[in-house]
Design a protein around this ligand. Structure first.
Ligand SMILES: [Zn+2]
Length: 365
């Protein structure tokens, strides 16, 4: 019985290459012919990197649901597994009249290198800002040397972590999270760096999003993330606030969305989120977009993994002997190989996608 084989149960891939080939094979089985947009760099195993776009449903549909993985590279291990699960288990039950588009590995190089950030050490969700007036975050500069010190041994780790916790104690944890993670534009080798201009994945979205939306008059979008919130819990995060049409539609579709703007969400309020840019690319489309953020481990453990990763790429050797242990630390912070974790994600993802498809299904009059 094939269905009983452990390999058939949803599981996280070990590498980007494995994740990509599994998703492409699943897409092939349901006739969702992928369009592949190859990244200029090769991956960590010298593999081809690409954003793969897979589509099922009528090309002229008024209603379109877009599901995105890997905006934050390493978070794509879970996102890719969910996309693959959807192709294998739900694509065949999709309501007629809705087109579903899966965008696999929006930041493929981060996925391959087991990093949240991209080839430029840029956090894609801090990159969609007004580049004539990038946001300022002066408080980041005061802790930058503590977040990513020049050496990363037991002693420097302990000393800088202690100093950071002291700062958190002084300013309060919420403010500390905001200083560290809301985005910064001054320290290119630091954490949560927004960049100095639109990065490759940003330019790809700007060039292709209206084509992906195609005939859509109504578009739902779910951007899959991990690393914030309680273990296995999936919070829908809106970039809008209560009263905004997208926020209100999201609430009607899913029962609840939480705004990152007004302190409701596990996420700090941040600048440069890509979901906020969608309306500009498809101004005539009614867009209902949310990030679906799944919890893994506690915030401090996540933060330590990101500090280690930033150090590795700023001062260490990403191909050297220290690198595998740091990549394992980052992966564990963003992707739990416990099947019970993925089972919780699948259940929540199923509910969220089903509700979106129901809301997007044209009513017959
Ligand atoms: Zn994320």
């Amino acid at each position: 019985m094939a269905a009983d084989r452990a390999s058939d149960r949803p599981h996280l891939a070990a590498t980007y290459r494995e994740a990509r080939s599994a998703v492409l094979a699943a897409a092939d089985r349901v006739g969702a012919e992928p369009l592949s947009f190859v990244h200029p760099s090769a991956g960590r195993e010298d593999e081809e990197l690409a954003i793969d776009v897979m589509t099922v449903g009528p090309v002229d549909a008024d209603s379109v649901l877009v599901i995105v993985s890997g905006t934050h590279g390493v978070e794509g291990y879970a996102g890719s597994a969910l996309q693959r699960w959807w192709l294998e288990s739900r694509a065949g039950q999709r309501p007629p009249g809705v087109r579903v588009v899966l965008i696999h590995a929006l930041n493929p190089i981060g996925f391959s290198w087991v990093r949240r950030v991209n080839e430029d050490n840029v956090d894609l969700n801090r990159n969609f800002v007004d580049w004539t007036q990038p946001p300022t975050n002066d408080a980041y500069g005061e802790v930058a040397h503590l977040l990513v010190p020049e050496s990363w041994d037991e002693e420097s780790r302990a000393a800088t972590t202690h100093a950071l916790l002291e700062v958190a104690g002084e300013v309060g944890f919420d403010r500390f999270q905001e200083i560290v993670s809301s985005g910064q534009y001054t320290h290119p080798t630091g954490v949560f760096h927004g960049g100095s201009g639109p990065v490759w994945s940003h330019r790809w979205l700007a060039d292709h999003f209206s084509e992906i939306a195609g005939s859509a008059r109504r578009l739902g979008l779910i951007d899959l993330h991990t690393g914030l919130g309680p273990w296995g819990h999936g919070e829908l995060i809106s970039h809008e606030t209560g009263g905004d049409p997208g926020y209100e539609r999201g609430t009607a579709w899913w029962g609840e969305v939480r705004s990152m703007r007004d302190g409701e969400s596990v996420s700090a309020s941040l600048d440069g989120d890509w979901l906020a840019a969608i309306d500009g690319w498809v101004p005539d489309v009614e867009v209902t977009a949310a990030a679906l953020e799944f919890g893994t481990v506690d915030t401090i453990t996540v933060m330590q993994s990101l500090r280690a990763d930033a150090w590795l790429h700023a001062h260490g050797d990403p191909s050297g002997p220290d690198a595998d242990a740091i990549r394992a630390q980052v992966r564990a912070a963003f992707a739990d190989d416990d099947p019970a974790w993925l089972a919780k994600l699948v259940e929540r993802f199923d509910d969220v996608t089903s509700a979106a498809l129901t809301a997007l299904t044209p009513t017959v009059t």
